[in-house]
Design a protein around this ligand. Structure first.
Ligand code: NAD
Length: 507
């Protein structure tokens, strides 16, 4: 039985021990989940929602303790644990409690005239056992939101939280236990990539994965082998576009927050800042001034916490080194050659960057802000779209017509205008990426139906003895031809349509 020690990355302090799931136990977990599916999916949605209501009440009650656990396990500052990890989770619970019943109830569809007398609707059927695999940067919301979105329609769920933040994984397991979910409806498999791989191979009915492009591709391959549908929420290299007519002060403060919140370990972090040439120097001064004010640390008033994973610190270091080697200028921050042996990375601002540098082409996932000047709207759209990613983007200008025009041309899962990141905080907006940033959408209506099969139902009351298109066909062809031509002709030719229809009815 392997035991993983959870440590606070900011201090190195030991915070707990987590027993990892034995690979041999995984088949049993699926059996349990399949068995519980029969019971759970047969409950009414109100009955299932009663468990989510208990979970929400518990999270509200224990909010302070949860925030502290998240902060200890990730090194993020307490305010961010509360506002960026707990808030979106509880808000999603709230949304699901209020909206799931109408979103998941059968939806009436139009029935064409040629199918007269029938009714059509779509029903949302749970998929079965859903596997959720989550990352470490927002370990609560990126686990709990997909889990509750899957549970509400009647799926049972196995969650594999990240091994980098195992303490939060344990905390989630305990929360669901306390909320009293029935045995086998929600299970947590603790461990690293071996546990994740084994869970994927055991043929869940749906895989919801959040993590890197590299792992997403591995999972998609395994899923393809068994035709398992997936949703993949992957990385980003989000553009942040500042036009000369923007509220520059707001844009600068927004850029500093969007680049450095959670120490830059945000999938939709502002990783490429494009600024119109006429205001470039002024903007650069403003972001430097704002960044200098940031307080790093672990106490309640700190702005920027530590990084969470030592491996990520190495990636950030190598991206900055590569940029400096290729001619970028360090506008603010410490040269990586002089970084102390610490998980705290001082925010960095770089100018003179270009596409051949890793910092402009690969996901950095750290507190680095590379800034690039541009001259025209067309140029900046081309630059912003010139990436393999497409998760989020932001546009800053007071000209809302221009903002909407640019937003429409960005190849991206979401765009915020004069705002950053917060599209993810609206539980009614779909969330997900295009290109290498992912496949599928969760949050909103899309996010609840994602975990369902859309079942088409066509209903006839069964009163007529037969239908015109049934056998025998003898003598019907000419009448059908006239019926269809008169029906589809523009304008519709009603008299021949009705004549041929009545003739067909008699045959
Ligand atoms: P990762 O891909 O290394 O790990 C994610 C999860 O996958 C972990 O739980 C890990 O144990 C598991 N895993 C690893 N190998 C596996 C395998 N072969 N089979 C099954 N599971 C496996 O990612 P990470 O470092 O934890 O997270 C950072 C990445 O996540 C970044 O790229 C970031 O952009 C992305 N991310 C995306 C979103 C989004 O919503 N689009 C949100 C947060 C993070």
């Amino acid at each position: 039985m392997a035991v993983r020690i959870a440590e606070n990355p900011a201090t190195g302090e030991r915070i707990g021990e987590i027993v990892e799931t034995d690979l041999d136990m995984i088949r049993d977990m699926y059996e349990k989940a399949r068995k519980s599916f029969e019971m759970w999916s047969s409950l009414s949605i109100d009955e299932r929602l009663s468990y989510l209501k208990r979970l929400k009440a518990l999270m509200v009650e224990e909010m302070d303790a949860i925030a502290k656990n998240i902060s200890l396990d990730t090194g993020k500052v307490l305010t961010e644990a509360l506002v960026a990890d707990i808030l979106p989770t509880v808000d999603s619970l709230d949304y699901i409690i209020k909206r799931a019943k109408s979103i998941l109830s059968p939806q009436k569809r139009k029935t064409p005239l040629l199918l007269i007398g029938k009714k059509s609707y779509v029903e949302y059927m749970p998929r079965g056992v859903v596997l959720v695999i989550s990352p470490w940067n927002y370990p609560l919301q990126l686990s709990v939101v997909p889990v509750i979105s899957a549970l509400v329609s009647g799926n049972t769920v196995i969650l594999k939280p990240s091994e980098v933040t195992p303490f939060v994984g344990k905390c989630i397991e305990e929360l669901f236990q306390k909320a009293g979910f029935p045995e086998g409806v929600f299970q947590v498999a603790h461990g690293g990539k071996e546990v994740g791989a084994k869970l994927t191979e055991e043929k869940p009915d749906f895989i919801f994965f959040t993590g890197s492009v590299k792992t997403g591709k591995i999972i998609q391959k395994v899923a393809a082998e068994h035709l398992i549908p997936t949703a993949l929420e992957l990385g980003g290299k989000d553009p942040f576009i500042v036009f000369e007519d923007a509220n520059l002060e707001r844009a600068a403060k927004g850029a500093v927050w969007a680049a450095f919140t959670n120490a830059g370990q945000v999938c939709m972090s502002a990783e490429r800042i494009f600024v119109e040439k006429s205001v470039y120097e002024r903007f650069l001064e403003l972001v430097k001034k704002e960044t200098e004010k940031l307080v790093q640390g672990t106490d309640q008033d700190a702005d920027v916490g530590s990084m969470t994973s030592a491996m990520q610190v190495d990636i950030v270091k190598s991206h900055v080194k590569d940029a400096l080697k290729k001619g970028a200028k360090l506008e603010l921050g410490v040269n990586p050659d002089e970084w102390p042996d610490s998980m705290f990375v001082k925010p960095i601002i770089l100018s003179g960057v270009s596409k051949d540098m890793d910092i402009m082409s690969e996901e950095t996932f750290g507190p680095v802000m590379p800034i690039v000047p541009f001259e025209t709207e067309d140029e900046v759209i081309r630059l912003a779209n010139d990436t393999e990613f497409g998760l989020n983007a932001s546009v800053w200008t007071k000209d809302l017509k221009k903002a909407r025009r640019v937003a429409s041309r960005l190849v991206s899962g979401a765009v915020t205008i004069n705002e950053a990141l917060v599209s993810v905080a609206n539980p009614d907006l779909p969330f997900g990426g295009v290109k290498a940033s992912g496949i599928g959408r969760y949050h909103g209506e899309e996010g609840l139906r994602l975990f369902c099969h859309d079942k088409a139902i066509l209903l006839d009351r069964g009163i007529l003895k037969k239908e015109v298109q049934w056998y025998p066909y003898k003598g019907k062809y000419q009448d059908f031809l006239r019926l269809l031509q008169s029906y589809f002709r523009s304008p519709r030719a009603w008299i021949p349509f009705l004549q041929s229809f009545l003739r067909l009815l008699k045959k």
